[in-house]
Write a protein that binds this ligand. Sequence first.
Ligand code: SAH
Length: 232
Amino acid sequence: MGFKASVLTLYPEMFPGFLGYSMAGRALENGIWSLEAIQIRDFANDRHHSVDDTPAGGGAGMVMKPDVLARAIDSVDNQYPRLLMSPRGRPFNQKMAHDLKDRGGVTLVCGRFEGIDERVIEARNLIEVSIGDYILSGGEGAALVVLDSIVRLLPGVMGNSQSGEQESFEAGLLEYPQYTRPQIFEGRAIPDVLTSGNHQAIEKWRKDRSEEITRSRRPDLYAIYEKNNRKA
Ligand code: SAH
């Protein structure tokens, strides 16, 4: 059985979105993963199908109602982790993508408006996850980002499964520079070592570049890498 993704949203038509294309799209057709997008509004029970209301204590915007959302969440009957897309959440990263892949499925809740009532976060044990320090207008884009990072890790999704292990973050380092033909582009040549055929030299060059780029661009990641690789 494939990886099972359930998404709770006010815009189910936004799914699978870009995940319907390319490798993820083929894997979806082949049943390597499945996606159900659930309309939260279907769980509203008043005449106007309201899903939001004004914030207690006043202020701008609207807040998603806890009762409607709780019923929508309860309609998803499985044991998979439940994530709430939220700018207050734990920063999403590659390790979390791997962990979720290993769980076999995930439920993603997409907020809209000013966010959702705090009590449903507590009552349904929603794990708040952020995709970065900026504000989106809804959780749908974030949910697609999270799913993309998980789906490409599933066995059989990536053409060359080798390429997964050499990418940025997998070794705690950013990726080295990549080149392809033509040999000369606007006067710039591909570094000689890459066309030398000397595989050991190529590997060393790539590792050196990875370390250099990580050190200068992401000292935070480099500090962790150094700590993990320090010889006793
Ligand atoms: N008033 C909130 C922002 C609400 S944005 C605040 O200031 O924190 C509306 C919805 O977009 C959120 O409920 C969440 O689901 C989604 N969202 C916005 N930014 C996000 C981010 N960086 N990561 C994940 N989801 C985000």
